[in-house]
Design a protein around this ligand. Structure first.
Ligand code: C2E
Ligand code: MG
Ligand code: MG
Length: 345
């Protein structure tokens, strides 16, 4: 379909921006018209690129005609890409970890590794701002490799918990991915079961033979696969059944809206309940992400979620702070034994 759409667009005389390099993933097209949008080939290209980046910022997979307001955001992204290029070497990048608790035992069972970038003049830049830039520029490959190195190093000190690493689609498509991952696992004397990879629905649902091959390889190695931000992407339940996935992480937007009696709240509760029911059939573990209040915890617990992650338990923190949390023997203040599951309405 993408090829057909592309050739149609080309035959229509539409300029396909150079940024259109991830055509196998999604199709994001920026359009600039001569002479309305620019008068020189360079400006036409630059404006088409700005429009294409605006499509990516608004969720990818679409097309957009250039508008002058696209420029400021694009310039910021290009500046970030420029600064990000040497950020690892300048030691501006670090990794923090956020604990994930078993809600039945109040024990930490996993930690999620999360990238942090502190720029000397711009200050802290959110991963939601720089990860898309890294993906667009290809820098995600070196950044992702560094994350795996650091996460494996930390995992070697935490024998009883799993370290979950966020992956970008591009990493799975990199030919050396399995080899690099295996090397880090062996170098740190890890069991693959101590690692889990968080992948978004969009990445998993694509019927791409190479991705499928890598997922099966990871599965046969014993590395858990987690679908991150579950429920907001392409939830093709039939395909989910066939994927080698062990865990679902319900998107935090559901947790934020789960407490209450309005139609919207009841709707969210029903989605989470259905996900938990589905997970029981497929033997999947369900994590509720973004738990900030005791009421949200009560609700996700009563709906049957197995694991919980969020500011109520702990913000993302250093490896040393995780050591302190792991050493605590008393039950945390937030813990309450689960109440029976809320019956279906
Ligand atoms: P994510 O993988 O869904 O990670 C969860 C995000 O929710 C993190 O944001 C975490 O700090 C935040 N969070 C956790 N608990 C709460 C809570 O109770 N309330 C609220 N409001 N937020 C909570 P963060 O660290 O800003 O990361 C954002 C996103 O950036 C991640 O979302 C992930 O998609 C991406 N990311 C972060 N590190 C990496 C990485 O190493 N590789 C890749 N590819 N992506 C990464
Ligand atoms: Mg994640
Ligand atoms: Mg998430």
């Amino acid at each position: 379909m993408s090829k057909k759409l592309l050739s149609n667009l080309k035959s229509e005389g539409v300029f396909i921006s150079p940024g259109f390099r991830y055509s196998f993933l999604t199709l994001s097209i920026g359009i600039s018209n001569y002479p309305e949008d620019a008068q020189t080939p360079e400006d036409l290209l630059r404006h088409a690129d700005s429009a294409m980046l605006a499509v990516k910022r608004s969720g990818k997979h679409g097309f957009k005609r250039y508008n002058s307001t696209d420029d400021a955001a694009t310039e910021y992204q290009q500046m970030l890409a420029h600064e990000l290029a040497g950020a690892i070497e300048r030691q501006e990048i670090s990794l923090v970890f956020q604990p994930i608790y078993d809600l039945r035992t109040a024990k930490i069972v996993k930690v999620e590794s999360l990238l942090r970038w502190t720029h000397p003049t711009l200050g802290r830049i959110s991963p939601t701002d720089f990860i898309p830039v890294a993906e667009h520029s290809g820098l995600i490959l070196s950044l992702g490799h560094w994350v795996i190195e650091q996460a494996c190093l930390s995992a070697s000190a935490w024998k009883d918990i799993q370290v979950c690493v966020n992956l970008s689609a591009l990493q799975l498509l990199q030919h050396s991915f399995m080899e690099d991952l295996n090397r880090e696992i062996q170098k740190n004397g890890l069991s693959p079961t101590h690692l889990a990879l968080e992948i978004t629905e969009t990445m998993l649902m694509r019927d791409d033979p190479h991705t499928r091959y890598i997922l099966d390889e990871l599965n046969s190695l014993g590395i858990d696969l987690i679908i991150d931000d579950f429920g907001i992407g392409y939830s093709n339940f039939n395909r989910l059944r066939t994927l080698p996935v062990q865990s679902l992480k319900i998107d935090q937007s559901f947790t934020f809206n789960i407490v209450g009696q309005s139609v919207e709240h009841l709707y969210v509760q029903q989605i989470v309940r259905s996900t938990v029911n589905l997970s029981q059939i497929a033997d999947l573990q369900v994590t509720a992400e973004g738990i900030e209040t005791a009421e949200q915890l009560d609700m996700v617990q009563s709906l049957g979620c197995h694991y919980g992650q969020g500011y109520l338990f702990s913000r993302p923190c250093s490896a040393e702070q995780i050591d302190v949390l792991l050493a605590q023997s008393e039950l945390p203040a937030w813990f309450r034994p689960a109440t029976p599951a809320v019956p279906p309405t």
